[in-house]
Write a protein that binds this ligand. Structure first.
Ligand SMILES: Nc1nc2c(c(=O)[nH]1)N[C@H]1C(S)=C(S)[C@@H](COP(=O)(O)OP(=O)(O)OC[C@H]3O[C@@H](n4cnc5c(=O)[nH]c(N)nc54)[C@H](O)[C@@H]3O)O[C@H]1N2
Ligand SMILES: Nc1nc2c(c(=O)[nH]1)N[C@H]1C(S)=C(S)[C@@H](COP(=O)(O)OP(=O)(O)OC[C@H]3O[C@@H](n4cnc5c(=O)[nH]c(N)nc54)[C@H](O)[C@@H]3O)O[C@H]1N2
Ligand code: SF4
Ligand SMILES: [Mo]
Length: 702
């Protein structure tokens, strides 16, 4: 038996921590994982890991994980060969498109797609051939407002300024809980140490959240905000900055700043306080503290993008950074210069070129809002969706009104899933194509290097051999493309392996052949702990992709959205609002069958303020029924003054007790799905992004 050592970035969340993995070859010829530890030689993550990394061996060894193509006949799953599977997909999807049109076949791509570079490079090799406008992804239950804002202001949806957390003096966080999520659209391993370092150098961390989150608990200041009302708080802050002359000039070429000043002149902190529940004086003081800090960052994440004014929030955050001189400035927010530069090498995007058939929701970058997926399947008429391809996603648990989506999936003519589990969504598939497990393929972060708090890059080889007969995700898409192209007599361009594409991306990129670094795949192979390319630097002027090379401070769509904001009714005090929560031992809707992660006390309860329990005659630990417009669930309630009065919190991604799910969740608590309560009609109307936070509910004894 011989041991070997491997270095590899963890792909499970956006923090991309370096791992040191020890494997041992066995007498039977197989290789087993001996240990997974943090890699102290990774200068970015400095040895940090979280419990999920250790569970990579659970993914590898999980008996529930499927390892060969499976076809469903009634309730039974039967193994079939890859070639039969590819033929079946080509035949069924072609027939459906011939009869009902291209858009009758829909696509949903889930979150792990972005963490798996073979999916980034090759899923479109096949999906593009479908030429369907019925494309959906997890983007519209998450960060769509970030992309739309960057597209409108900077000319490219991926040109998103990142907090310079290591050099700032003041970090304002709204709707993000990096201590649980490990950071998002801010790739930042070891975030707790980095936040504490701000405090150690005399700076401040301020968190705005309807729950005193793990991050709020270590902050210098925590402000409770009424769910869904952050736009009011930000407008009150911006208004104060202008009124009190707290703005600073920027070196950037900017168009429209005067229009912004005029547009927000009516939104005084006093009026905004009534909307967001933050006292006027706190709003004003926050604006003053922010503006007078030498270097400051306003950062808003998931919690503020998945609300009714999510895009307005993301725009206001950009403007606050801009007018205080913190945009494109060390210690403020900066864009990365990634080694494989997706911004330079792709077009900026497009918005609202077409709309969804039933509700008229806008496309962004060729995708429609996923809240419209079920209605597009359930509503008869030309263009009705009849077939679905899901890739690395679980929309039944991840998108609003999951019960309605289940009903829609049940009525499809054909469904294909590229996934390695029979979960709440894929159990409806006619065919499941399972890729290799994560450690069986090589790895490069196409996305998270673009959002990292330093310029970093790394490539890692597969840790374990590819099992005989297995295919990588990208190879599955090549197989599908070939079968589909052959059947439809389409010309298929040749392709190359993902590694070769990265090699080309590195050589053409800013550290490539034309630079002193001469980065290529070969260089990265020599540096398995990753390469640090230095701190973020001001670069926005050169990277802007707007037509006139100026920052667009006042996009018309956003100014118009201010009118929608102003027309809202004042919130009522009697309403209970549902918000979400993440935990470091849970990852969206999967990994709940890994004992290592889910052991310990249950974490899926509804959190409710003791005052709200008392006023309803409920008590801690009791089973309650939670009801919304779309459905109801039963769950235990836990008294917690972490959540403000009028707010209840429930994590998403649970609710596994559904027939046909073939995962050993029995060992864990199946929990209930927050998305059996969230409402597909509640949207950030501007972008079409789902509202997952601030959903009106009531709670009664079960
Ligand atoms: N109420 C509420 N809902 C939410 C959220 C919330 O905060 N509250 N968060 C939202 C957010 S931010 C997101 S991103 C979405 C996530 O929603 P989804 O992307 O739909 O769901 P995931 O749980 O990430 O999907 C995981 C699936 O991918 C598969 N998978 C994992 N790795 C691979 C791989 O390498 N290849 C393939 N082919 N499959 C793989 C797993 O087996 C699993 O079935 O949920 C959203 N939904
Ligand atoms: N352990 C773990 N890590 C993860 C994931 C996971 O499931 N588990 N998922 C990954 C994914 S896909 C993503 S997108 C990221 C998300 O990463 P984050 O954006 O950090 O998401 P959360 O941890 O859900 O934190 C959202 C916070 O917003 C707060 N919030 C809710 N409503 C409002 C509101 O109206 N206003 C304000 N100001 N705050 C509000 C919630 O209370 C919560 O504390 O995490 C990633 N990392
Ligand atoms: S924080 Fe945990 S899950 Fe995220 S990359 Fe690091 S080890 Fe992996
Ligand atoms: Mo996400």
């Amino acid at each position: 038996m011989s041991k070997s050592h491997h270095y590899r970035a963890c792909h499970l969340c956006e923090a991309i921590c370096g791992l040191a993995i020890e494997t041992e070859s066995q007498p039977d010829g197989s290789t087993q994982i001996r240990s997974i530890k943090g890699d102290p030689q990774d200068s970015f993550s400095r040895g940090h890991i979280c419990p999920k990394a250790v569970a990579l061996q659970d993914i590898q060894n999980d008996p529930d994980r499927i390892r060969q193509p499976m076809r469903r006949i009634g309730e039974q799953w039967q193994a079939i060969t890859w070639d039969e599977a590819f033929e079946l997909v080509a035949e069924r999807l072609s027939a459906i498109q011939t009869e009902h049109g291209k858009n009758a076949v829909a696509v949903y791509q889930g979150n792990p797609s972005v963490h798996n570079y073979g999916l980034m490079t090759h899923s479109n090799y096949f999906l593009g051939l479908l030429k369907t406008r019925s494309r959906f992804s997890a983007t519209s239950v998450d960060q769509l407002p970030h992309h739309l804002t960057s597209y409108l202001m900077y000319g490219h949806g991926l040109l998103i300024p990142i907090p310079d957390i290591d050099h700032t003096d003041f970090m304002l966080i709204l709707g993000g809980n990096p201590l649980a999520s490990n950071g998002s659209i801010m790739t930042v391993p070891d975030v707790e140490k980095r936040l504490k370092a701000i405090q150690a150098r005399g700076g401040k961390v301020v968190v705005v959240d309807p729950r005193r989150s793990e991050t709020a608990a270590i902050a210098d200041q925590h402000l409770f905000v009424r769910p869904g009302s952050d736009a009011a708080l930000l407008l009150g802050m911006l208004n104060t900055l202008f009124e009190e002359g707290l703005t600073r000039d920027s070196h950037l070429p900017v168009e429209g700043l005067e229009q912004v000043r005029t547009a927000v002149a009516g939104f005084h902190a006093e009026a905004m306080s009534a909307r967001c529940g933050v006292p006027t004086e706190h709003i004003r003081q926050l604006a003053r503290d922010f503006a007078t800090a030498d270097k400051a960052v306003a950062y808003g994440r998931m919690g503020v993008s998945t609300q009714a004014f999510g895009t307005l929030c993301q725009w206001l955050l950009q403007i606050i950074n801009l007018v205080t001189g913190n945009l494109d400035r060390a210690g403020g927010v900066l864009c990365t210069s990634p080694a494989v530069d997706l911004v330079a090498s792709t077009s900026g995007g497009h918005f609202n070129r077409w709309q969804s058939r039933v509700s008229g929701l806008p496309e962004y970058g060729g995708e429609l809002p996923v809240s419209a997926l079920a209605e597009e399947m359930l509503t008869p008429g030309e263009g009705q969706i009849r077939a679905l391809v899901t890739v690395a996603g679980n929309p039944v648990l991840s998108t609003p009104n999951g019960r309605q989506l289940e009903q829609a999936l049940d009525g499809l003519d054909f469904m294909l899933a590229v996934d390695f589990y029979i979960n709440e969504t894929t159990r409806y598939a006619d065919l499941i194509l399972p890729p290799t497990a994560p450690l069986e393929h090589d790895h490069y972060d196409t996305t998270f290097n673009v959002f990292a708090v330093r310029n970093v890059t790394r490539f890692n080889e597969a840790v374990l051999d590819k099992p005989t007969g297995a295919l990588h995700d990208w190879e599955i898409f090549v197989g599908l493309a070939k079968a589909f192209a052959a059947r439809n007599k389409l010309e298929l361009k040749p392709t190359m392996a993902p590694q070769q594409m990265i090699d080309a991306g590195l050589r053409f990129g800013p550290y490539g052949d034309r630079s002193e670094h001469k980065l290529s795949l070969a260089t990265l192979r020599e540096h398995p702990h990753g390469l640090d390319l230095g701190p973020l630097q001001p670069n926005l002027v050169a990277r802007l992709k707007t037509s006139n090379q100026m920052v667009q401070a006042a996009p018309e769509l956003l100014l118009a959205d201010l009118a929608r904001f102003a027309e809202q009714e004042l919130p009522s005090d009697s309403e209970l609002l549902l918000i979400g929560r993440r935990h470091v031992r849970s990852n969206n809707s999967w990994m709940h069958n890994y004992h290592r992660l889910v052991k310990g006390k249950p974490r899926h309860q509804l959190l409710m303020n003791p005052a709200d329990l008392a006023s309803r005659g409920l008590s801690d630990g009791q089973r309650v029924q939670v009801r919304s417009r779309v459905g109801s669930i039963e769950v235990e309630v836990a008294a917690s003054d972490e959540v403000m009065v009028g707010v209840v919190s429930l994590p998403h991604g649970w609710g596994h007790a559904r027939p046909g799910v073939q995962m050993d969740i029995a060992r864990a608590q199946p929990g209930v799905s927050a998305n059996d309560l969230t409402d597909e009609r509640l949207l950030d109307v501007l972008s079409g992004n789902a509202v997952l936070n601030g959903v009106p509910v009531d709670v009664v004894a079960a």
